[in-house]
Design a protein around this ligand. Structure first.
Ligand SMILES: Nc1ncnc2c1ncn2[C@@H]1O[C@H](COP(=O)(O)OP(=O)(O)OP(=O)(O)O)[C@@H](O)[C@H]1O
Length: 259
């Protein structure tokens, strides 16, 4: 099989020691259905890496293997120096505090105010911040970074879909994660709100100096945000490169993404 994985974005420093996630030769099957058949990737510090794959290509399976929710059949996943596949629950939970998630739907708790929604992860990971964390300050800081400090006492159903997504991002940011996983961050949003979310993701990436792994179908989102992209096809990292590099590739499986 022809792979195009040797192409890389040129602008980022991609020395191995700068990798915050290293995935090697990940394989996962369900019975006869081989979903991942040797997927490898690296996410470098400060980078926005977009992974695209068509529906059913195994993006969710891959993410679940990355965060320890699913065990791969073989291969390795290393996040910030820790071997995820063999990590115990306690260490995994601790590591997950360093990794923020913004998943599809990004559900807020309907019965809690915005403030309570943001306080929730702080309480859950109290040992990370100590007893003396100034909760109110942390909540307002996170809300300010998504431009929604004025909503602190509102309930989720008083907010638009785009605002709810931004609050969910604030709830992720309050943990000061080193890596953020975004799963379809613009799904279900209109084009203008999608653009706002993408610009916000770019802004917080700089402000919080995070590394981002973004799963999306949205080519416009990828074009704007990706420092580098990986196309997941046939269970492998079929093609890798910047948006500009990939749109020039004369391979029908790659071209299918940019039609
Ligand atoms: N727990 C499971 N048991 C059996 N098969 C599964 C399981 N989880 C996923 N699969 C299969 O793995 C394949 C990939 O599914 P996955 O959800 O990862 O796709 P995806 O790329 O995330 O798709 P989408 O973009 O539509 O969300 C599918 O064929 C799916 O049926």
């Amino acid at each position: 099989m022809k792979t195009l994985s040797s192409m890389h974005g040129k602008d980022l420093v991609q020395s191995p020691e700068k990798a915050v996630i290293v995935v090697e030769d990940l394989k996962k099957s369900f019975g006869e259905n081989q979903v991942l058949s040797g997927f490898s990737m690296r996410l470098y510090k400060g980078e926005s890496l977009v992974i695209m794959g068509k529906s059913g290509s195994g993006k969710s399976v891959m993410i679940k293997c990355l965060i320890g929710l699913m065990k791969p059949d073989s291969g390795s996943v290393n996040i910030m120096g820790q071997d995820i596949v063999h990590l115990n629950h306690v260490s995994l939970d601790r590591l997950r505090a360093d990794v923020g998630f913004l998943f599809q739907g990004s559900a807020l708790y309907d019965s809690m105010t915005v403030r309570e929604n943001l306080e929730f992860p702080l309480r859950r990971h109290r040992e990370r911040f100590g007893k003396n964390i100034r909760t109110e300050k942390a909540v307002l800081e996170a809300l300010e970074s998504v431009g929604l400090a004025h909503t602190v006492d509102l309930m989720p159903d008083e907010l638009s879909g785009g605002m709810q997504r931004r609050i969910a991002l604030a709830r992720t940011l309050i943990m000061k994660p080193k890596i953020i996983f975004y799963d379809e961050p613009t799904s279900g949003l209109d084009p203008i709100t999608s653009k706002e979310i993408i610009m916000l993701m770019k802004k917080v990436q700089k402000q919080y100096m995070t590394s981002s792994l973004i799963i999306t179908h949205d080519v416009d989102c990828a074009r704007v945000i990706a420092d580098r992209m990986i196309l997941l096809v046939d269970g492998i990292n079929y093609a890798e490169g910047t948006y500009r590099e990939l749109i020039k590739v004369e391979d029908f499986k790659v071209k299918a993404f940019f039609k």
